[in-house]
Design a protein around this ligand. Structure first.
Ligand code: CP
Length: 325
């Protein structure tokens, strides 16, 4: 693996999932793989789970991990080519990224979209510029349009649940991605990425449900079934992945914000005792009710804990490639 930006960087999803679950069984089994190697985790936006799980994963592989919050600690970065830097940006990524490339062996980046300019966001300008100028493998900790470490974790968590549940074995599970209300416009990254990974994994019947006008980029949703009636979509579901996103077509807006789309116990009763997932952080009693989040079908804490094993499996693959050079 030369980089980890999207599912397209993964040759074999089931094998990566198996590696992650093997690390869960024995976290220190590759404790020397990352010796004398250093990862720089560069945050342009806030994070709790991604930041901590990546640090833990790196440590369990014997790597040194340095976290740098550009937004708080560093100079404001410029990303546009040929920019006349007479505004607020102080340092061009063209100057900063090669330095990261000298300090680190792997560069991990978290950026968010502006939600103002679709073309800019969907061109993945920020992460592309880091890849272009750093000269070392780049790992996405969430970009403008995708969150691959989260999505790998989600597939790991679904596979783990299937492995533990005879009733889910020997057939294709039904997975539903269900839009939820929110108080502010959020990126489409998690939903795009989840759709991209479930489609590439190919082991489930996949349904996406949301109010009209929240259609995602078909590049990511592929052949998933779109169902505007949430109750119909939830019928017989084995896994429900709840997430808000803002509009993609008329970019970054909130249209319908009907609280009736919040997942409650009443809605969950329509499913096949579905496991409930969410990437977190979650707005309680806006996206999901307390009764669902605190109930027996919620696997959100397990999902978040699995972030470590996803990060460790991906870092191990990147390290193997570096060591072969
Ligand atoms: N799910 C997720 O990426 O969480 P953080 O924003 O806390 O990293």
């Amino acid at each position: 693996m030369n980089q980890f930006i999207s599912v397209e960087d993964v040759a074999d999803i089931p094998s990566l999932v198996s590696q992650a679950l093997a690390f869960k069984q024995d976290p220190w089994k590759s404790k020397t793989l990352g010796q004398q190697k250093r990862i720089g985790c560069i945050f342009l936006n806030p994070s709790m789970r991604t930041r901590l799980s990546t640090q833990i994963a790196a440590q369990q592989l014997g790597m040194e991990c340095i976290v740098f919050n550009v937004g708080q600690d560093g100079w404001a970065l410029e990303f546009e080519d040929e920019a006349i830097m007479s505004g607020n940006t102080v340092e061009h990524v063209k100057d900063a990224a090669p330095i990261f490339g000298k300090y680190f062996d792997i560069l991990a980046i978290r950026t968010f979209p502006s939600l103002k300019n679709k073309a800019d966001d969907y061109s993945e300008l920020y992460i592309r510029q880091f890849i272009r100028y750093a000269g070392i493998p780049v790992l996405s900790l969430e970009s403008a349009t995708l969150h691959p470490l989260q999505s790998l974790t989600d597939i790991i968590t679904i596979q783990e649940s299937i492995n533990e549940t005879p009733a889910l074995q020997g057939r294709r599970p039904k997975i539903v991605l269900s839009w939820a209300p929110h108080v502010k416009p959020l990126p489409q990254c998690v939903a795009n990425s989840f759709a991209q990974w479930v489609n590439a994994w190919g082991e489930a019947d996949f349904v996406i449900t949301h109010p009209e006008d929240y259609e995602l980029d078909p590049k990511f949703t592929g052949k998933a079934t779109l169902e505007y009636d949430q109750d119909k979509a939830l019928a017989g579901a084995d896994f429900v992945y709840v997430k808000n996103w803002s509009t993609y077509q008329d970019y970054g807006k909130i249209y319908c914000n009907d609280p009736g789309w919040m997942l409650t116990d009443k809605k969950l009763a329509l499913t096949n005792q579905a496991r409930v997932m969410h990437c977190l952080p979650v707005r309680r009693n806006v996206e999901l009710s307390d009764e669902v989040l605190d109930g027996p079908q919620s696997i959100v804490t397990r999902e978040a804990s699995n972030r470590v094993w996803a990060a460790q499996a991906v870092l191990a693959e990147l390290l193997k490639t570096i060591r072969q050079r």
